[in-house]
Design a binder for this molecule. Structure first.
Ligand SMILES: Cc1cc2nc3c(=O)[nH]c(=O)nc-3n(C[C@H](O)[C@H](O)[C@H](O)COP(=O)(O)OP(=O)(O)OC[C@H]3O[C@@H](n4cnc5c(N)ncnc54)[C@H](O)[C@@H]3O)c2cc1C
Length: 371
């Protein structure tokens, strides 16, 4: 592979595969360097693809959402309705808003590795060359014009300020014991809970499918926000988040499934400034931070941002109408605005959140648009 029509992509992430198919469709010769992570039942990475992400990925792969869901999870683990609910001490759950479709799924949850494995399989079927090799240096890549790193491990990435805040997340598959309101079969819920100490826990429970944990037909994730510098508090809240996951699962009639083998905890930086794409020393385009939605894992938009950023980048490379960094920035501007609004809403003090719960019309344009 040589010449200006070639692209080498490192890492088979959602961004990597979407970019590969977008460029190939536009006549580029593409090679993807990807070493899939070893099979592991633990829920590492994002598990829920929301409708907008499914649509962007399906369009890039020239298929439809139903076929894509079939390829990812055998058409299981999807849902057609999501209720956002609010809870505070000594109160039940109050519904803030509902997002739903009558016939079509609005989301799908499965283990992240299965999502990227399906995208890999579909990309190979389209004839994309995949080299199973770990690349850690730009010098290992062929001398093609477009060299793109989706792993952030090639070095030389543009400098941006260190994140000030983190999203702390704990997630695991769950088994249904006896579903309790506000959870119901086929429904996803997003509880925002204020505990006795005023800590806000934003959670998400959805239907789920993973052949590696066949007994688990539900998935739960609990998140909160912490200062990156508060290491001790982060450790304390990490343990607390696990307890919250177990407690909320029980409250909804679920049980966390085999947590020793499946439960995962993550700390995800909240981006304050989105870096340019091009690494100054190597000329490689580094996408992980440039494709961030802002705060991932709270608004189900990490993979959506990756897919949308990848398609915009592919189009910019192929058409040369817009500088790639600007094209990506434009494509993600609205999504980042809504992510910031979601962060603000989930940071409200309780009285303000209660007011928002009473006036869902105020939050709907922010939380439901583009779902
Ligand atoms: C706890 C948590 C919950 C989240 N929840 C959601 C959610 O509900 N919805 C959502 O949309 N997003 C969510 N996100 C965000 C989403 O997971 C990420 O935005 C996205 O998966 C980022 O993927 P990645 O960059 O980690 O790459 P991955 O998806 O992990 O893919 C990287 C690939 O590259 C390979 N690779 C790595 N290094 C190299 C190398 N040097 N050479 C070759 N190959 C290599 C890896 O093996 C892997 O195959 C969540 C994230 C976390 C942590």
């Amino acid at each position: 592979m040589a010449g200006s029509e070639g692209a080498a992509i490192v890492g088979g992430s959602v961004a990597g595969w979407c970019l590969a198919v977008e460029l190939q469709r536009r006549g580029f010769e593409v090679v993807v360097y990807d070493v899939p992570a070893p099979e592991n039942r633990r829920l590492i990475g994002g598990c829920t693809l929301r409708r907008a992400a499914l649509e962007v990925i399906a369009a890039a792969y020239e298929t439809d959402v139903h076929r894509l869901i079939e390829a990812i999870s055998g058409a299981r683990g999807s849902f057609r309705r999501l209720d956002s609910v609010l809870a505070w001490p000594e109160a039940g759950y109050r519904r803030i808003l509902t997002i739903r479709r009558r016939r079509d799924p609005i989301g799908l949850s499965t283990r992240h590795a299965r999502i990227v494995a399906a995208l890999r399989r579909l990309a190979r079927r389209r004839g994309i060359e995949v080299v199973q090799r770990r690349v850690t240096d730009a010098a290992e890549l062929p001398p093609v014009r477009w060299r793109i790193d989706t792993t952030g491990r090639l070095g030389g990435a543009p400098h941006t300020p260190a994140p000030r805040d983190l999203v702390l997340a704990v997630q695991a598959p769950c088994v249904a014991v006896r579903l309790r309101s506000p959870l119901r079969a086929g429904l996803a819920i997003a509880p925002l809970e204020y505990d006795d100490e005023g800590i806000r826990w934003l959670s998400f429970f959805t239907p789920f499918h993973d052949p590696a944990s066949p007994a688990a037909s539900w998935y739960g994730i609990v998140t909160t926000r912490v200062r990156a510098s508060e290491h001790e508090r982060t450790a304390v809240l990490g343990a607390r988040a696990q307890a919250v996951l177990h407690r909320q699962a029980r409250a909804f009639g679920l049980r966390v499934h085999d947590p020793e083998a499946t439960l995962a905890q993550a700390r995800i930086p909240i981006e304050r400034a989105f870096p340019t794409l091009r690494c100054p020393q190597t000329g490689v385009l580094s996408v992980p931070r440039a494709f961030s939605p802002g705060a991932p894992a709270i608004y189900v938009d990490g993979m959506l941002a990756q897919a949308r950023g990848a398609v915009a980048l592919g189009r910019a490379i192929a058409t040369a109408q817009l500088e790639p960094g600007r094209a990506v920035h434009r494509a993600l501007r609205g999504l980042r605005r809504r992510n910031r609004a979601a962060q603000a809403l989930f940071s409200l003090p309780l009285p303000a959140a209660r007011a928002a719960a009473l006036a869902p019309v105020l939050v709907r344009p922010w939380l439901a648009t583009d779902w």
